[in-house]
Design a protein around this ligand. Structure first.
Ligand code: 5FU
Length: 250
């Protein structure tokens, strides 16, 4: 997409969904485009990290099914921190089934994702009707393109996923590793300032690269923050690098 890079203020005007508006408003007020992916096993550790880094992020991304002691109390405590520190909760469930099953996975089970998540990820593999089941309140982020080596999300898949995403009123953006049409927000994982890959197929880029080459809106950082000796200090570093890269490239 040969579109000019828009500022967050310009992007805000294009948003119709309350969650995409909220994300951009938080970005502007806290001067951050950082989403921290807290992929750790213990709920206590997630709460501690959320408290330490909450001032520097727009959202915390979780994989609820990684957490060994997931509970209603954990959700209650995390929501409290999110309200105080003004960030959103993003469940990276990557739904990938028929609508009826996705609806049950979204509302039921142990995690009751619809009770607490502001955003969820979903594949588009099952077609557009499978996305309708999430309703209009949650912000759906589709997986248009993955960051890992050898992913099957080629140009053809990606363009079909983007087309569907553009049509759906509950889809606020996509996970991808390339430019999107300006009406969709771009979320880019695989961001790390010191590593270029892991040993399991992940490929990393710097914040500068994803802002200059992909015009991303939000960087998603996992191990770069939660594995650091000092996660707070690293969250500040990623926040500053992300904001600097945004200002330089808009
Ligand atoms: F859709 C995707 C993708 O294409 N790549 C990803 O890495 C999602 N992710 C997630 O972002 C992944 O499941 C992790 O939760 C996070 C990246 O973590 P990392 O530790 O920074 O590699």
């Amino acid at each position: 997409f040969s579109v000019p890079r828009l500022t967050y203020e310009e992007k805000l005007k294009l948003q119709n969904h309350p969650i995409s508006k909220k994300l951009i408003e938080i970005a502007l007020s806290k001067k951050t485009n950082l989403i921290a992916s807290l992929d750790t096993y213990k709920s206590e550790e997630i709460l501690k990290l959320a408290d330490q880094i909450g001032d520097f992020i727009v959202a915390i991304k979780l994989h609820a099914d990684i957490i060994t002691d997931f509970s209603e109390n954990f959700v209650y405590e995390l929501k409290k921190i999110a309200a105080i520190k003004n960030f959103l909760l993003f469940e990276d469930r990557k739904f990938g089934d028929i609508g009826n099953t996705q609806q049950m996975q979204f509302n039921g089970g142990v995690y009751k994702i619809s009770d607490w998540a502001d955003l969820v990820t979903s594949h588009v593999i099952a077609g557009e009707e499978s996305l309708q089941v999430f309703g209009e309140e949650i912000g759906v982020v589709t997986i248009a393109e993955m960051s890992s080596k050898g992913t099957l999300t080629d140009e053809n898949y990606k363009s079909k996923a983007i087309n569907i995403s553009s049509k759906m009123s509950n889809v606020i953006g996509c996970v991808a590793q390339s430019k999107l049409p300006p009406s969709l927000l771009l979320f880019t994982p695989g961001v790390n300032l010191t590593e270029s890959e892991d040993s399991k197929g992940q490929q990393f880029n710097t914040p500068e690269k994803v802002f200059s080459d992909y015009h991303t809106d939000f960087i998603i950082v996992g191990r770069g923050i939660y594995r650091a000796k000092n996660p707070e200090q690293e969250a500040i570093r990623y926040k500053e690098e992300g904001w600097k890269a945004y200002l330089k490239n808009c």
